[in-house]
Design a protein. Structure first.
Length: 447
């Protein structure tokens, strides 16, 4: 007796879509592979938030074997229409519009939700999807605040869904190789990881309260966040720099490199966190730091630092983004791409592994499409046959929490002492006020 489509998704090992680093990546030629596998064997996904990054991620899903994008959800009708048209060209089948993603979640034939909306929506949307029985591909950061991260971990356990965070470098082959080299002792015991991100972002100016555009459902865009008036310098990207919706450069770009640092040093939660910085470059509405240095100390005698410069793009070690591990016998550098270098204690390169693909770390929407497809296919393999996720939600929460703690230290103006067992802040009632957030009444996320 044949399995139903949903039983197939849960139980069948789909060899044609198995994750293989050496496999040819599908979908990066003029002809899409989307129609090769029978429709009843596809993983059907909806995508929420498709203006920029969401358009790139959903397009990447659409060209993967055994996947069909069936719903496109966005509060901006222009973005939704653009994405629907793009997906239709890629997979030769038009996805349905679902302006409110919660309606898409009601479809029992949809298997997974891609969450690429603004940060304040990440955890609430993922929680709703898990409750609806959907798997979730969740862009970083996985949460707006630490409490939401803990809710996600609890929800994954309760609903037994595949929940992967989009820190895609976990699936880049040469980055994986670099971390393996590190763990195998290529530079002795690594004890310090320096991470950074730099850019030349312009001022966002002073916003004016103006009528909400006809193409925008601002009420749904705000969703769980407490209501604030619409201003003309907020949507679509500048929300990153407002605490009510965004999490600053630390979580916007710091999450990626701090995650690699945590992976390389084999650490989970810190014991001490400090931060220094501020809004130094311009006088405008930008609330989060444009210049920030976060320091995290761990109980295995190791440390991570993150330097963020949003408004001065001078590179570090020749790269706008990266992580440099310092060890007993040398150092290991991972820049923005799928490559790495190993140095001895005198700074001489003893090994260099170069990348084969062109990558632009400052590309806001799709810096590394082909490599990111490996992360997507790992997500599919976990759904189909229970393969281990390269970035499960526990690890995603741990890495996100590190930079969240940095922001809390920054906002309170003092060093935090934290529990190495769970990352919770110790003996600081004021700092604990930022462990969670206020929500618009009726929108509080729950497991």
């Amino acid at each position: 007796m044949k399995n139903s489509r949903r039983n197939f998704i849960k139980k069948t090992v789909a060899g044609t879509a198995a994750v293989s680093i050496g496999a040819i990546l599908p979908g990066f030629s003029a002809k899409s592979y989307a129609g090769i596998i029978g429709a009843n064997e596809r993983i059907r996904v909806g995508v929420m938030g498709v203006n920029s990054r969401g358009l790139a991620v959903s397009s990447n899903f659409a060209v993967q074997e055994g996947c069909e994008v069936v719903y496109v959800s966005d509060v901006d009708t222009r973005a939704a229409d653009k994405c629907i048209g793009a997906i239709e060209k890629l997979q030769h089948k038009r996805p349905a519009p679902a302006p409110d993603f919660r309606k898409a979640l009601e479809d029992k034939n949809m298997d997974a939700l891609i969450v690429t909306a603004p940060d304040h929506w990440h955890a609430p949307a993922a929680l709703l999807a898990c409750k609806a029985g959907k798997h979730v591909y969740l862009e970083k950061p996985c949460s707006h605040n630490p409490n939401e991260g803990e809710l996600l971990v609890a929800a994954q356990k309760k609903y037994n869904r595949v929940l992967q965070m989009g820190n895609q470098r976990r699936s880049w082959p040469k980055v994986m190789e670099a971390i393996a080299e590190l763990h195998n002792g290529i530079i002795g015991r690594p004890y310090f990881a320096k991470t950074w991100y730099s850019n030349n972002r312009a001022s966002i100016g002073k916003g004016k309260e103006v009528p909400v555009p006809s193409w925008l459902n601002y009420e749904l865009w705000q969703g769980p966040a407490p209501r604030q008036p619409y201003k003309d310098n907020l949507i679509h990207y500048n929300w990153h720099w407002f605490w009510n919706w965004g999490t600053g450069e630390a979580l916007n770009n710091g999450t990626h490199m701090v995650d690699l640092a945590r992976w390389g040093l084999k650490v989970d939660y810190p014991v001490k966190v400090s931060s220094a910085g501020g809004r130094y470059r311009y006088t405008d509405d930008w609330q989060t730091p444009d210049t920030q240095v976060i320091t995290l100390e761990f109980d295995n005698n190791s440390m991570i630092s993150w330097e963020g410069r949003s408004c001065n793009g001078q590179p570090v070690e020749g790269s706008s983004v990266g992580v440099l591990f310092y060890g007993e016998t040398g150092s290991l550098l991972i820049e923005g791409g799928n490559a790495y270098k190993i140095f001895d204690l005198k700074g001489k390169i003893i090994k260099e592994v170069k990348q084969d693909d062109l990558i632009d770390p400052r590309n806001l929407s799709s810096p590394a499409q082909a490599l990111d497809a490996l992360h997507i296919r790992n997500f599919f393999d976990a759904i189909r046959n229970g393969a281990p996720l390269r970035s499960d939600i526990i690890g995603g929460h741990q890495s996100t929490l590190l930079v969240q703690l940095g922001n809390i230290a920054q906002r309170t103006g003092r060093t935090l002492q934290t529990d190495p067992k769970n990352g919770r802040i110790l003996n600081d009632k004021d700092a604990l006020q930022l462990w969670s957030r206020e929500y618009e009444p009726g929108w509080e996320p729950k497991v």
